[in-house]
Every structure is written in structure tokens, then in C-alpha cells.
Write a protein that binds this ligand. Structure first.
Ligand code: PLP
Length: 375
């Protein structure tokens, strides 16, 4: 230690690494697709499962008329929670809102996870779970999906130990796009002695609602988002229906104003008053998905997977579709590739359903790249 020349006590050195929680230092990062080698002229964004159609007319009008920028939101997000509760079929006081579904998962993690607790996920699944729960110090245990991308219920229940706080079921699952067998989902809810989160981000495309399971099983929490079907990804509004027994604690850990800004809240409520329009958009996306699947089947060796969502996995006639994803990005068409060998998705691409024109560009460019490989 250097000599004290100031007359005050010696200054110890600042070690930023020691400041950061050890769980955060060792957690993985949410993997994004690598940037393209060259800057393309066009941007066909089919990589984040967004709605290509944007928000509903009433939502656009609510934002255009909005002028409460200088006011904090309602303290308990009461109006938003009431609208979401009515929509999803759950008492408003069991709804926790957040800046996206990811944020609601974070609230649940704040509520229940202590370092060393176990969270069970089934990969391949949504890439946010692992880093998010690891960052809270949890042991994130993967019980891989069984063949056919179905839940391995026996293995999940066998993996439950005294430290298991949460099982996450993404249904329909991202990135595989399929729904799980309802009997499997219910068995996990019925037999697991911990919180079972059902992530229903894509529920509107699949026509499912797991909230009724909450009436049968006190450990179930259903999470949803306005990002996908309502075209509000940029406004960041997600929500969860929490078990009645823990929701008061959840409100306790929420920061004031419940993490949803005044404008986002107004736009979300306006969207929920425009459900007929949003149902029309959902129907269009589903029809476009099936049309894209039919077009892709015309390309030799290409196999679109069935989907209950606004995206689909597409199997290509190659061992590793990574270079094809990179070439598509060079051509300004952005989709996702999941390169981790243990996930078993190397020959696949995940493509979000865009506008009819965007889907056509994707199919044409893919066809051209594959022709180039074979020629
Ligand atoms: C399964 C799943 N859950 C949650 C989210 C995140 O939703 P939000 O935009 O509300 O944070 C996504 C987004 O892609 C998702 O695919």
C-alpha cells in the first residue's frame, strides 16, 4: 500500500469485478444473431417474431393523442391490470404487469429465487430463461425436450429436488413453434411441488389459454405479452397471472409504477379495445404462415415444420444452416439460426412471418442460395 500523503486514511483500490455479483459474472449472455459481413441495402426483419403489421388503429390513435408525458403512471397500474385481467380471464389483482414478459419473469425471479435454487427448463426453448435465472444465482437445469419436441414429463418431475422453485414451460414453444400435449402440461402442474410458469407469448396464434389451469392448481402462473399479437414489441408491455397466494409479495417487490410507462399503458389498453381488428391481423399472419410453408415445400429438400405461432422452423438440406443464415443477412434478410450443437437445431432456420412481400423475398433468396450450393 502506498504512503498516505493526504492526511486521510489510505485509499484502497477499486476492483469493479469484485462489485459485480458472482452469479452475473458467470452467467451466459442472451445470444443474438451475428451482424452481417457487409451492410445490406434492405432490411427484411424476420428474426425477432415481431408483428409486421404494427399496432391496431385504436392503439395508434391513443399514442397520437397522448399528452401525459409529465405525469407518473398510476401507482399500482390499476387500469392496465384491470384491462389485462378481463382479457385473459383472471382477477385484476392477480395480474402483474411489466416492461415486457421478460420483465415479469424477472419480477417472479426477484420474488422466489435465492442463490442455489433450481429452475428447470426444457431446451431448445426461449433463450432468455437461462441467463435471466442464472443471473439471480439459480441453477438452471435443462431437461431436454423429448423427440417430437414434446415435454419429457417423467424426467422433469425426476429432476425436481428440495431446491427446485420453478419449472418453465414455453407453450407454444419458441423456437420449435409447436404446442405440447395438454395432458403433459397438466401433469407437470399437478405433480410439481413448485411454481410452474407457462409462457404463453404466442397464445393468440395458437388459440390456447392456460389460465383455467390456475383454478385447479395453486402453483401455476401464466405469462403473456402485448409484443406479438398486438404489435407492441417496442412499447414493452407484458404481464403475468400470478397465484393468488404470492401476488401480494410480487406487488411488494415491484418498483413503484409497476414498470409500465404511461404511454405504453394507454396503448396497451387501447389495443385491448380493438380485439376484433387484432383477431383479423392474427388470422392474416396464420394464413401467410401456411402460404409460406407451401411455397417453401416447393424448394427441393426444404421442410417447414408445423407451427402454432407467428414464426416457423424450416429444415434445410444441409448439416449446418449457419452459413445460409449469414448469406441471407448479407442479402438483407434477417432470420435466426441456433448453432449450439446440443440443441439439435443446426440444420434449421427460424423465420418470423412477415408481410406477404417479405415472406416472398425470404423464400426467393433462400431458393437462390440453395441453388448456388447445389450448382
Ligand atoms: C417465448 C417468449 N417469451 C417471452 C418473450 C419476450 O416477450 P416481451 O417482448 O414481452 O419481453 C418472447 C419474445 O420473443 C418469447 O419468444
Amino acid at each position: 500500500m502506498g504512503a498516505d500523503t493526504s492526511g486521510t486514511s489510505p485509499r484502497r483500490s477499486f476492483d469493479p469485478e469484485a462489485m459485480v455479483k458472482s452469479a452475473v459474472r458467470s452467467m451466459g449472455r442472451y445470444q443474438r444473431q451475428a451482424a452481417p459481413d457487409r451492410q445490406p441495402d434492405r432490411q427484411v426483419r424476420l428474426d425477432w417474431n415481431e408483428s409486421p403489421h404494427g399496432p391496431s388503429p385504436k392503439a395508434r390513435a391513443a399514442l397520437a393523442e397522448f399528452e401525459h408525458y409529465h405525469r407518473y403512471p398510476e401507482f399500482d397500474a390499476g387500469s392496465l391490470r384491470a384491462a389485462l385481467g378481463e382479457y385473459v380471464g383472471c382477477p385484476a389483482d392477480q395480474i402483474i404487469a411489466g416492461a415486457g414478459l421478460d420483465d415479469v419473469l424477472n419480477t417472479l425471479a426477484m420474488l422466489i429465487l435465492e442463490p442455489g435454487d433450481r429452475v428447470i427448463i426444457s431446451e431448445p426453448t426461449f433463450g432468455v430463461y437461462r441467463p435471466l435465472f442464472s443471473g439471480h444465482g439459480a441453477e438452471v437445469l435443462d431437461v431436454p425436450l423429448a423427440p417430437g419436441w414434446q415435454l419429457d414429463v417423467d424426467a422433469i418431475l425426476d429432476a425436481v429436488n428440495d431446491r427446485t422453485k420453478m419449472i418453465v414451460i414455453c407453450n407454444p414453444n419458441n423456437p420449435t413453434g409447436n404446442l405440447f400435449d395438454p395432458a403433459d402440461v397438466e401433469r407437470v402442474c399437478a405433480e410439481a411441488p413448485c411454481i410452474v410458469v407457462i409462457d404463453e407469448a404466442y397464445a393468440e396464434f395458437a388459440g390456447v389459454n392456460h389460465v383455467p389451469l390456475m383454478e385447479k392448481y395453486p402453483n401455476v402462473s401464466v405469462m403473456r405479452t402485448m409484443s406479438k399479437f398486438a404489435g407492441l414489441a417496442g412499447m414493452r408491455v407484458g404481464y403475468g397471472a400470478f397465484p393468488a397466494s404470492v401476488v401480494d409479495y410480487a406487488m411488494q417487490v415491484m418498483p413503484a409504477f409497476c414498470n409500465v410507462g404511461t404511454a405504453s399503458s394507454a396503448v396497451a389498453i387501447a389495443s385491448l379495445n380493438d380485439l376484433e381488428y387484432l383477431q383479423g391481423v392474427t388470422d392474416t399472419i396464420i394464413a401467410d404462415r401456411e402460404a409460406l410453408a407451401a411455397r417453401l415445400r416447393e424448394i427441393p429438400g426444404v421442410e417447414p415444420m408445423p407451427s402454432a405461432t407467428n414464426f416457423m422452423l424450416v429444415k434445410l438440406p444441409v448439416e449446418n444452416a449457419g452459413p445460409i443464415a449469414a448469406e441471407l443477412a448479407n442479402r438483407g434478410v434477417f432470420i435466426r439460426h441456433f448453432g449450439r450443437p446440443d440443441m439439435g437445431l443446426q440444420p434449421y432456420l427460424r423465420v418470423s412471418i412477415g408481410t406477404t412481400g417479405e415472406n416472398e423475398i425470404f423464400a426467393n433468396e433462400l431458393e437462390d442460395i440453395l441453388k448456388g450450393l447445389n450448382g
